[in-house]
Write a protein that binds this ligand. Structure first.
Ligand code: TYD
Length: 144
């Protein structure tokens, strides 16, 4: 989907030793398309709670369920999609102008977010109608 795609990271394991575990490295520019300026993580979210409800004007992000599972619903001018994140070696890249909602957090879920910039409240669009209008201004009215 436009401005939104899954990224498969490396998962380094040892074939010889049981219980050795896995390691996933993430480096710019080889693994993600922006330099990371901020990291945060979301956890202890109630099962029936929905977070997000916003898009960003300029921010790029990669979401990774480093523990448990989370459903991410995204909407863009060109379409909508749902992703289930449940693998610490998979990230969901979300670029600017994509509406996102995070739901169905498993009890143990920890959603790690890598972001291209520091926190800036002015970069958020939290009103859905404004999001639609903004995308129409950027990409044209639907059907045109
Ligand atoms: P918000 O981005 O709305 O969370 P979500 O989209 O997951 O529902 O942020 C929730 C609150 O946390 C809001 O008051 C802003 C604050 N916040 C920061 O101070 N720094 C940050 O890096 C982030 C992401 C949020």
């Amino acid at each position: 989907m436009y401005n939104c795609s899954l990224i498969k990271f490396r998962k380094i394991t040892s074939s010889s030793e049981t219980g050795f575990g896995s390691l996933t490295p993430i480096e710019y520019p080889d693994n993600i398309p922006f330099e990371i300026k901020r990291v945060y993580y979301i956890y202890n979210v109630a099962k029936d709670l929905v977070r997000g409800h916003h898009s960003h004007k300029k921010l790029h992000q990669v979401l990774i369920a480093v523990k448990g599972s989370v459903k991410i619903s995204v909407k863009h001018h060109y379409g909508q999609q749902e992703y289930i994140l449940n693998d610490p070696s998979v990230g969901l890249y979300i670029g600017p102008n994509v509406w996102r909602e995070m739901s169905d957090f498993s009890e143990d879920a920890v959603l790690l977010v890598l972001a291209s910039d520091v926190y800036n409240a002015d970069d958020y669009i939290r009103d859905y109608d404004e999001f639609i209008l903004n995308n129409e201004n950027l990409y044209g009215k639907k059907g045109n």
